[in-house]
Design a protein around this ligand. Structure first.
Ligand code: G3P
Length: 223
C-alpha cells in the first residue's frame, strides 16, 4: 500500500518527502485554507509539486460539471500531471467521465458508501477516496466501506485505485493495508506516529550506550 500525505503544509510535506516514504500528496480546500485563507493556491500547489513530484490531487470547487471542467483545465495548465479531485455528486461524475475520456487522472472524493465508489469507478475515476474517519466519527465503521469496495473490486475486476482517506491514527493505516486499500492518504501527525515505537527508542539508546562503553574501553587500552 502506498502512502500519500494529506496536507498543504510545506514543512510537513518537505519532511515527509525527505524520508522517502510518500509517493504523493492530496490537498483539499480546507487544508489550503488552514494554511492561510488568503493563500495563493497555484503557487502553493506548484511548491508542493516541486517537493514531491509524484501524485498530487488538486480539488475543484465548482458544483456544476462545466465549472469543474474549466477548473480542471486551469489546474492542468499549472502542471499537466495533476490529478483532478472531484466531489462525489452527480455533476462530478459527469465531469469525471469527460476527463477520463481525455485521459486526465481524477480522484473522486467524499465517498462514504460502496455504491458511490462503484459509480465513480464506472464514470472512469482513477482513484476513489473513501473517507474512513468521518464515518467513524458518526459511530459507523468507516473501514468496512474500504473492505466492501475491495471485495466488490476483486469480484468484478474493477480498476479504480482504492484510496483510504480521512485517516486519523496509525491503526487506520494498518487497517487500510489489511483491507486492501491501494493507497492511504494520511495527515502528518498519524504518519509520524506510525513510525514510532518506544522499544525502538529504548533499543537504540542501549545500542548507543554499549557502543560508547566499547569506545571508552578502547580509549583506556590505548592509554
Ligand atoms: O483528503 C481529504 C480527507 O482525507 C479529509 O480528512 O480528517 O478532514 O476527515 P478529514
Amino acid at each position: 500500500m502506498e502512502l500519500y500525505l494529506d496536507s498543504a503544509n510545506i514543512e510537513e510535506i518537505r519532511h515527509a518527502a525527505s524520508l522517502g516514504i510518500i509517493s504523493g500528496v492530496t490537498t483539499n480546500p480546507s487544508l489550503l485554507a488552514k494554511e492561510d485563507p488568503k493563500i495563493d493556491v497555484r503557487k502553493r500547489i506548484l511548491e508542493i509539486h516541486a517537493l514531491v513530484g509524484g501524485h498530487l490531487s488538486v480539488e475543484v470547487v465548482s458544483t456544476d460539471a462545466d465549472g469543474m471542467l474549466r477548473e480542471a483545465d486551469e489546474i492542468l495548465s499549472w502542471f499537466p500531471e495533476a490529478t483532478i479531485k472531484i466531489p462525489m455528486i452527480p455533476e462530478g461524475l459527469k465531469a469525471v467521465r469527460k476527463l477520463s475520456d481525455q485521459d486526465v487522472e481524477t480522484n473522486v472524493t467524499l465517498i462514504f458508501s460502496p455504491t458511490q465508489a462503484l459509480a465513480a469507478n464506472n464514470a472512469g475515476a482513477t482513484y476513489v477516496s473513501v473517507f474512513v474517519g468521518r464515518l467513524d466519527d458518526l459511530g459507523a465503521d468507516g473501514m468496512e466501506v474500504v473492505r466492501d469496495v475491495r471485495d466488490i473490486w476483486d469480484t468484478q475486476g474493477l480498476s479504480s485505485l482504492i484510496l483510504a482517506a480521512s485517516i486519523r491514527h496509525p491503526l487506520h493505516i494498518v487497517e487500510a493495508a489489511k483491507a486492501g486499500a491501494d493507497i492511504s492518504t494520511c495527515p502528518y501527525k498519524p504518519l509520524m506516529q506510525s513510525l514510532q515505537h518506544p522499544l525502538t527508542d529504548k533499543g537504540l539508546a542501549a545500542f548507543l550506550a554499549d557502543y560508547k562503553k566499547m569506545q571508552e574501553e578502547i580509549a583506556k587500552l590505548k592509554g
